[in-house]
Design a binder for this molecule. Structure first.
Ligand SMILES: C[S@@+](CC[C@H](N)C(=O)[O-])C[C@H]1O[C@@H](n2cnc3c(N)ncnc32)[C@H](O)[C@@H]1O
Length: 522
């Protein structure tokens, strides 16, 4: 339902960032350079009309304009701005107050079948989960989402961008028209649309992402760009990326050989390593109760993050690393600790009261904070339950990487004070029993082949850049087979790692990784 004539409203609920006129003009001029001469202009969420104004100024060919906007004051403002064009150029202009998810855009597509249509604009950049938090009514309804068939399939996890569903809906309606599409959207939405092309195969071609400085233009801390596509033409779905309107293409991303990659040229050079990881990558542990579970080591013993001294048995306290700690190549120190009350997910924790009474009393004193944990995963689970815990968590040597940071270096994590180090759930890791094995794998993962592969498949604008899915694609086994042991040992020496060389040099076989293949060292 349209919240009619609302005078004051929450701008963020409506993703209300009006495009500066200069940027709208720049985009229109760039479109003109691409040979675009539209007869029909469609602006699906036109706001106060800057795109329409810039388009009318740039394209004398425009005969029809359709602007849709939910917010009445903007309709008035747009109509006023466009008055001179109605009078002087006899253009048929309709600025309509409606919801982009209700308006029948298909009527426009049908009516102007033989004309060149330009769908131009900047839809709201908000996610539905952001809106649900605000209990917003500005969401595509379920039935409308059905019209936008498959949006869930694209976005997967039920969290999608309103701009994404608007883009998807416009492509569905107009892809078979004549003309083109130009939307300012988040780059992650462009990626999702291109990724979904394998499934939906809209007849669109000449796909481009032209990056803009969203901080400067909209004061938004997000990677965004102009997404351009020509309708009614089929081609390979690669999307070419340029850093700005006057720069050449810097890379292209899309589907190649049934894999979706971020940099096609770079990927081609290392595609042989895009396979299945010889070992299973694990996410670190999750407890959602940092105030109680995380302890700092101080001169006076453990302190929790309320700065309270915590006097408990040390047995269940393990060193902890977070994403921000995974900086060096070899990690041997941390000031953080975490209480690990279970060795397996779902393990009964009754034993705590008898075996570790101080730990039990401390946790029990804060039971309220555990009960407040929002995630459903903790419902009906043993007291003080944690997740992301298993045999692998207690392996003494780990190779780890942060899921949040824009870096691809793998770190070797060594036991601290004879205890295996835990990682939190922002990190991923492989666990090993021997330093030799862990060092070899860390060395392989940091070789240019795997680093190049990671750089070619990672989309840096995702919220979590490195994921388990990405890591499971890294087949480092061929590198393991090829490494020169002497170089690896030199590297280990530089990192001050004392490896038992005889494992490599005398014992010719070393059971390793995938399908327990016997790997013969050179
Ligand atoms: C990012 S602003 C861009 C406005 C305009 N396209 C421009 O580029 O300047 C998004 C616009 O979408 C409008 N809007 C938000 N939800 C809408 C909906 N469900 N239907 C139609 N317009 C909507 C907002 O009021 C706002 O004017």
């Amino acid at each position: 339902m349209i919240k009619n004539n609302i005078v004051k409203r929450d701008k963020s609920e409506y993703g209300d960032f009006q495009t500066p006129f200069e940027l709208a003009r720049k985009i229109c001029r760039w479109l003109k350079e691409q040979g675009i001469e539209p007869q029909v202009l469609v602006e699906p969420t036109c706001g106060c009309g800057n795109f329409i104004l810039a388009a009318l100024e740039t394209f004398p060919s425009i005969q029809y304009v359709y602007g849709i906007e939910i917010y009445k004051p903007y309709i008035n403002e747009t109509e006023k701005k466009l008055e001179p064009f109605v009078k002087n150029r006899n253009i048929n202009i309709k600025i309509i107050q409606d919801d982009v998810f209700h308006f029948q855009f298909s009527d426009i597509a049908k009516k102007h079948q033989s004309k060149l249509i330009l769908v131009l604009g900047n839809p709201p950049w908000v996610t539905n989960s952001g809106l649900s938090v605000k209990e917003s009514g500005n969401l595509p309804t379920k039935s409308n989402l059905k019209n936008v068939a498959g949006i869930e399939a694209i976005t997967g996890k039920g969290n999608f961008d309103i701009g994404e569903s608007a883009t998807f809906s416009m492509l569905k309606t107009f892809a078979e028209s004549n003309g083109c599409f130009a939307f300012l959207i988040k780059n992650i939405v462009i990626k999702n649309i291109i990724q979904s092309q394998q499934q939906f195969a809209f007849p669109i071609s000449d796909l481009r992402q032209i990056d803009i400085d969203a901080k400067k233009e909209f004061n938004a801390n997000v990677d965004a760009g102009l997404f351009f596509a020509r309708f009614n033409e089929t081609s390979a779905v690669d999307c070419c990326v340029a850093e700005s309107f006057d720069q050449p293409v810097i890379r292209s991303f899309g589907w190649t050989n049934h894999k979706f990659v971020a940099d096609i040229e770079r990927y081609k050079k290392c595609a042989e390593f895009d396979g299945v990881s010889p070992e299973i990558w694990r996410q670190g542990l999750k407890h959602d109760c940092a105030a109680v579970m995380e302890l700092a080591t101080t001169e006076n013993g453990y302190k929790n993050n309320q700065n309270k001294t915590v006097n408990i048995e040390p047995d269940l306290v393990y060193p902890l690393l977070k994403s921000s700690d995974l900086k060096g190549q070899v990690i041997t120190k941390t000031n953080r600790n975490v209480i690990v009350p279970q060795t397996l997910v779902g393990q009964n924790t009754d034993y705590l009261a008898t075996d570790f009474p101080l730990t039990f009393d401390y946790l029990d004193k804060h039971r309220e904070l555990f009960d407040k944990r929002k995630s459903v995963i903790y419902k009906n689970k043993p007291l003080f339950s944690i997740f992301g815990i298993g045999d692998y968590s207690f392996k003494p040597f780990k190779v780890a990487i942060s899921g949040l940071y824009k870096q691809t270096q793998f770190s070797l994590v060594l036991p601290i004070e004879n205890k295996p180090v835990m990682l939190d759930d922002t990190c991923y890791f492989l666990g090993f029993d021997s330093l030799e094995e862990a060092t070899c794998v860390m060395y392989c993962l940091n070789q240019p082949e795997i680093q190049n592969l990671l750089h070619s498949i990672v989309f840096w604008n995702a919220k979590r850049v490195i994921t388990k899915d990405i890591l499971m694609r890294l087949d480092y086994f061929p590198i393991l087979q090829r490494i020169e042991i002497s170089k690896m040992l030199e590297y280990a020496e530089r990192q001050q790692l004392t490896l038992t060389k005889s494992i490599f040099l005398q014992n010719p076989s070393f059971t390793f990784g995938r399908q327990h293949q016997e790997f013969l060292w050179k």
